[in-house]
Design a protein around this ligand. Structure first.
Ligand code: ADP
Length: 254
């Protein structure tokens, strides 16, 4: 696994991204890099634009300006962008949302193979074999034939992770993956994410779990007012923040 200091080509590169909703300018000027095989955690006050950053990376929201590159897909949002290009950008990343959004009438296994079989047209037998491996990886091998309602919120969230991984993205995006869970269920989900980090997955994780952010991250971004106010290794941003706003935020939540 490579670290952010080794100068390797970033897998993700974001330059000057802006996004408004009507009159509300949410992202003013977002720029950062994520080297392949590293984990970036994103922290900041509620409403600062963290979710919108992830949604623009995954093309769920279309940036108004700026350049986003994931792997070999580059989109310059200052130019007209067609749907096919946005679809290619979206296919580069897998997203895990705050609350799972599993299909309620499909089994766990059927939820995981849906993307590979229907969207990617992969042979069903291959998709099933891979889905079983992914379910084992998230600790749910024995739940393959159950339905979402039979699982706890934390188990459902881990199915959501397996489902995103099944599409074989280059980049995994997590939007506060534990914020909707009861406290006793948080640990299992964080453990799965840490294992993915150890396997070398490139990930961007929006989280309020500062201790987790510290443990798992190679890089922490502190976002406020639609800009990256401070970024660097966790020991710096969380341990010795340079900006008064970062210190204030950490004092409030720790
Ligand atoms: P965070 O994740 O940091 O809490 P968000 O990115 O969710 O912040 O939201 C930033 C701001 O953008 C908030 O004021 C939110 O209400 C607004 N916003 C987000 N999505 C939309 C949308 N689709 N339409 C209008 N306003 C939105």
């Amino acid at each position: 696994m490579t670290g952010p200091a080794d100068g390797s080509e970033p897998l993700l590169s974001v330059r000057g991204v802006r996004k408004s909703f009507g009159d509300l300018q949410v992202l003013r000027d977002i720029s950062f890099d994520v080297p392949a095989g590293t984990v970036t955690t994103v922290i900041g006050p509620s409403g600062s634009g963290k979710t919108t950053v992830l949604r623009t990376l995954n093309a769920l929201d279309r940036a108004d300006a700026g350049v986003i590159r994931v792997g070999d897909v580059t989109v310059d949002f200052a130019e007209p962008v067609d749907r096919a290009v946005l679809a290619r950008l979206r296919a580069q990343s897998g997203m895990v949302f705050q609350a799972h959004n599993l299909f309620p009438h499909r089994t766990v296994l059927e939820n995981v193979i849906e993307g590979p079989v229907i969207v990617q047209k992969r042979p069903e037998a291959d998709a099933i074999a891979e889905a079983k491996e992914l379910l084992a990886q998230v600790g749910l091998a024995e739940k393959a034939d159950q339905y979402p309602y039979q699982l706890s919120g934390g188990q459902q969230q881990r199915v959501g992770i397996a489902r995103a991984l099944a599409l074989r993205p280059q980049l995994m995006l997590f939007d506060e993956p534990t914020s909707a869970l009861d406290p006793e269920l948080v640990g299992d989900v964080l453990r799965v994410i840490k294992e993915l980090a150890a396997q070398g997955w490139t990930m961007v994780i929006v989280t309020h779990e500062i201790r987790f952010a510290q443990q798992v991250a190679d890089q922490v971004l502190f976002i406020e007012g639609g800009v990256v106010l401070e970024s660097g290794p966790p020991a710096q941003v969380l341990g010795k923040p340079e900006q008064a706003r970062t210190r204030q935020f950490l004092r409030r939540i720790l």
